[in-house]
Design a protein around this ligand. Structure first.
Ligand code: PRT
Ligand code: ZN
Length: 288
């Protein structure tokens, strides 16, 4: 039973992805009751319905068309995802899937894993990695607390999600190889109707505007007119910087947009070039 006039988005009911998934939707201007105690919720101002599920179930629901799209970690999308598309990376819930071994092991390279026994919740991704490296190993699939497997004698290595690394450390393990860098992604059903695709494109446009806003800052500064050229060259802006004369006729105010990544470098150069009174303001949304 598919309803073509509404886009169904599956998000994690409770866990590491939930809060950022809900914030992204809210920042995209979509209003809804975010009580994840419920199973479903309809937006009030956008043709979208949310399904709140366990993250592991989301790829299947999306593949079957119960949901049209979903937000999951790339690790889950690749492990459980059959017949789904990865549509967009979302930049949050960043982590990596890594191989780790007891810290006393004198690790010299991948050959350590030949005939090893490895505990993991990601047997498919791990098997693909082993195959790609011509290795054979025993994979023990376990669904949680993978990091304790070596200390209870179940395995000689683990393949697990790492973020800060403190879980590995406190279990006497060290990270030796990274198999996958993961972040939250939007996954999608492969046979969405034209109508749903057009709703999805509207949603993606909004999400991209929010993301661009976050990656950029609005900058205002004062510059003596004889330094204007040098300073504007440091500031590309969306097209080119806006230059506004100040009451003091020898000075102007410059407004522009700069990328978060080059922010500090540009600020230092601007000061060296004679800019004063630099103000930096967050951008809520950016449409280019
Ligand atoms: O109940 P449900 O099945 O929905 O949730 P879940 O418990 O399966 O998933 P959840 O909420 O823990 O994680 C959801 C997603 O967040 C994962 O699929 C990853 O894409 C991403 N993510 C980001 C993480 C972590 N960081 C993370 N640190 N997922 C798990 N961890 C765990 C990891 O398994 C290990 O036990 O945290 C520990 C490692 O953390 P550090 O900081 O000690 O290295
Ligand atoms: Zn899960």
């Amino acid at each position: 039973m598919t309803n073509n006039s509404i886009l169904r988005l599956a998000i994690q009911r409770k866990g590491r992805l939930s809060e950022d998934s809900l914030s992204l939707i809210k920042e995209s201007g979509i209003k809804f009751n975010s009580d994840t105690g419920k199973l479903k919720s309809k937006a009030r101002n956008f043709p979208i319905e949310f399904l709140f599920l366990r993250d592991d179930d989301i790829p299947d629901y999306v593949a079957d068309g119960v949901a049209d799209i979903g937000i999951v970690g790339e690790n889950v999308a690749l492990e459980k995802g059959k017949n789904i598309d990865i549509i967009k990376k979302l930049g949050f819930s960043k982590c990596r899937l890594s191989l780790a071994v007891p810290k006393e092991v004198d690790y010299r390279g991948l050959e350590y894993f030949q005939n090893a026994s490895i505990a993991t919740s990601y047997p498919k991704i791990l098997q693909d990695f082993l195959d790609a490296n011509n290795l054979t190993a025993d994979i023990h699939e376990i669904s949680g607390s993978v990091e304790i497997a070596p200390s209870i004698g179940l395995a000689t290595a683990v393949c697990d999600i790492v973020s800060s690394g403190s879980t590995l450390l406190s279990n006497g393990l060290k990270e030796v190889e990274t198999i996958l860098y993961s972040e939250a992604v939007i996954i999608g059903n492969q046979s969405m109707s034209m109508e749903k695709k057009s709703m999805l494109n509207k949603l993606l446009f909004r999400i991209e505007s929010v993301q661009k806003g976050k990656n950029n800052k609005y900058i205002l500064l004062n510059a003596p007119n004889d330094k204007l050229d040098a300073i504007t060259r440091l500031l590309p802006g969306m097209r080119s910087p806006t230059v506004v004369p100040l009451a003091d006729k020898d000075w102007s105010s410059i407004h522009s947009v700069i990328n978060e990544d080059e922010f500090w470098e540009v600020i230092e150069k601007l000061r060296d070039a004679g800019a004063e009174g630099i103000l930096v303001v967050p951008i809520e949304k950016m449409i280019v």
